[in-house]
Ligand binder design. Structure first.
Ligand code: SF4
Ligand code: SF4
Length: 335
């Protein structure tokens, strides 16, 4: 089985990490089954967040009895030290543990540093002193914050979107982490559902030995797919390379990654799916997106009040209202 060393943390984790965001959507019983099946078949790294509703609780229920055999990372989106401590205590309780292996700032708009006004980094240091966390991490979607975090030398790991659709600037971030001996945790390796060939996604990332992808897993069939790569890791073939080139051309430029950081929408539009509907229709099983439920969700775009709040929060600088309109026009034509 392939493993990855997460930079200076020295933590050795399975190349397939388990992204525990989607288990919010299944029952506790099903989640515990899925998580334990993952563990007993070689996955020893699980990533969650305080913001993923009951995901931490499900991890706690699955793993409290084998805590020392797994690596857990979770995240806080706190903006001040007070909320940081509340989040940390809640996460420890939910996870049924007295320490978190990697505690990460969840996509902050700035790079927390010692002595800054937020007090966030100082709180991390204190939490480490108290033995409540082992390593300090940061997650981000913004190139500038990611770069600053690497250059600051304050962080043990960076979690950043990385898939075969990555730009050269993204790859520079990946390489910079390697150079600085920082663990690199790859999120969105399937680019939020736009990449449908997981073997190809895996094979691309496998070229980067220091990269630890976390796959968002909700169904047993998805888990089985990734488990099969433990024994038979897919290798990049010439055909795959051609397909990747093709996908890169098709998905170059301004496309919505589905991250959801622009939400909630003032008009209740499900922006993270609706703003990339054209791609979902053509790249994922389209029946799902043509249902009445989805037609209603798309129709909501008509209610946009152009407050532009979404646009100001999009880390990719997208003109979200315009993108929604384009996708809606295309959707109507498609229907
Ligand atoms: S501009 Fe439209 S889509 Fe964006 S938050 Fe406002 S109402 Fe929602
Ligand atoms: S519009 Fe931007 S912030 Fe919103 S889901 Fe898409 S990529 Fe993410």
């Amino acid at each position: 089985m392939q493993t990855v060393t997460l930079g200076k943390t020295g933590l050795v984790v399975s190349k397939n990490g388990f992204g525990a965001l989607p288990i919010q959507r299944i029952s506790k019983k099903d989640a515990v089954y899925l998580l334990q099946k993952a563990f007993y078949n070689g996955i020893n790294y699980f990533d969650t967040a305080r913001a993923y509703s009951d995901s931490e609780e499900k991890l706690g229920a699955a793993f409290s009895y084998i805590r020392d055999r797994i690596t857990i990372s979770t995240k806080t989106a706190a903006q001040n030290a007070n909320d940081f401590w509340k989040d940390l205590e809640q996460s420890l309780k939910n996870l049924q543990t007295n320490y978190i292996d990697i505690y990460q700032f969840h996509n902050p708009a700035f790079c927390p540093k010692p002595g800054d006004e937020s007090g966030l980094y100082d709180a991390m240091i204190e939490a480490k002193k108290q033995g409540k966390i082992r390593f300090i991490g940061i997650t981000n979607h913004r190139l500038a914050v990611a770069k600053e975090a690497i250059e600051s030398n304050l962080y043990d790991t960076l979690q950043f979107p990385f898939s075969y659709l990555a730009s050269n600037a993204d790859i520079e971030i990946v390489e910079a982490c390697k150079k600085n001996n920082m663990g690199f945790i790859a999120m969105k390796a399937l680019s939020g559902g736009l990449i449908t060939n997981s073997a190809m996604a895996y094979a691309y990332l496998a070229q980067f030995q220091h990269v630890a992808p976390i796959w968002g897993i909700q169904r047993e069939s998805e888990l089985d797919e990734f488990l099969s790569y433990n024994d038979n890791p897919p290798v990049l073939t010439e055909n795959m390379k051609k397909q990747i080139e093709h996908d890169r051309k098709e998905l170059s430029g301004d496309f919505c990654r589905g991250c959801g950081y622009c939400m909630p929408c003032s008009a209740g539009i499900q922006i993270n799916d609706c703003a990339r509907m054209s791609l979902l229709l053509r790249r994922a099983p389209q029946n799902v997106y043509l249902s009445e439920e989805w037609q209603e969700k798309m129709k909501k775009i008509e209610d946009c009040i152009h407050c532009n709040k979404c646009m100001s929060k999009c880390p990719y600088g997208l003109n979200t209202p315009e993108l929604l309109k384009k996708n809606y026009d295309d959707y109507k034509t498609f229907l």
